[in-house]
Design a protein around this ligand. Sequence first.
Ligand code: TYM
Length: 323
Amino acid sequence: MADTKKRLLTGLQPSGQLHIGNYLGALKPFADTAPEYDAMLMIADYHALTSLKSPTQLRENIIDVVADYVAAGIDPANVVIFKQSDVMQHTELAWIFECLVTVPFLSQAHAYKDKVAKGLEANAGLFNYPMLMAADILLYDSEFVPVGEDQRQHIEYSREAANKFNIAYGQTFAEPKELIMSHVGTIPGTDGKKMSKSYGNTIPLFGTDDAIRTAVMSITTDSTPVGAPLNPETDIAFALHKHFSPNIKELEARYRSGEIGYKKSKEILAENIIATISPMREKRAALSREAVIQILKDGAEVARTRAEAKMKLVREKVGVGLY
Ligand code: TYM
C-alpha cells in the first residue's frame, strides 16, 4: 500500500548516455530499494538547462534516460517516473526558497564552484540550482533521497531550506535524509577520477560491446610488469570488478599472486560488464518512444496532484494564497 510506505525521491539530469557510474551509484541502488518505499523518480530537465542549450539534444536525452532507467530495472508500475518541467510547482517553490536563503550561503555550494572552475557559465540558474533541488524533494515530503556522494551537500541545502521556511512560517516541511550507498561510494572513471561525462572518462551503460571494450581497455594502469603482483586496493579496474565479478575473492588472490596482468584483468572486466547489461539492452530495444512518453504523462499526473496539495498549503502560509 503506497500510503503506508515512506516516501523516497531521487532525480537525475538528462545529460546524455548513462554510464556505469550512474548505474552503480544511483540507478541500481534506487531499483533495489524502491519496492520498500513510495518511490518517485524525477528527470531534472530544468536543472539540465543550466548547462544544456540544445533543444534537440535535451528532448532526445529525456526519452533516452527514461528508457535506460526502465530497461535497467525501474518499474513504472511501482515508481512514479516524471519530469520536473511537467510540474510547475517545482519552480514556484524554488522561488520561495530563494527568497529565504542568502547569496553567501548559495555561493558556498561545492557543485557550483566545481562547475564554474571547470569552465561552465556561471549563470543564475546554476547558482540557484540547490533551491530548485530542495523544491524537488520537499514538495513531496520525501523522507529519503538516494544519491551519490557528490550530492550530499545538496541534501544539506534542502534541509536548510526546509528549516528556514519552518522558522519563518511555521512547521511545514520535514527535513529529508540522504541515502548514500556507502558500499558503492564514488565509482571511478577510466582515469581514476569520479566517472563523469564532463571528465570524458566514462564507460557507457548501453554502449555496443565494442564501445564497452574500448572504454575498459583504456583504463589507466601503472607500469607493473606482467607476472608481478598487482595491488587491488589501488587498481582502477579492480574497483570496478567489485561490482561485476562473480568471484571477487578469487580475483583478488590472482592479483596478489601476480597470476593476472592488467590486460587480462580488463578483458575479464569488459566481458562481465557486457554479460550484466545485455539483458537490459534487449529490454531497452523493445521500448518504444510512445511507451516512454506514456510513462512520463502518467507520472506527471500523479506528481502534479501531490505537488499542488502541498503548494496550496505553502501559498497560504507565505500569504499569497487568498482564495
Ligand atoms: P546527476 O544527474 O549528476 O547524477 C544522478 C545520480 O548519479 C550519481 N552519480 C554517481 N554516483 C557514484 N559515482 C559516480 N561516478 C556518479 N556519477 C553520478 C549522483 O550522485 C546522482 O545521485 N542534482 C542532481 C539531480 C537532482 C536530484 C534532485 C537528485 C535534481 N533534483 C532531487 C535527488 C533529488 C544531479 O545533478 O545528479
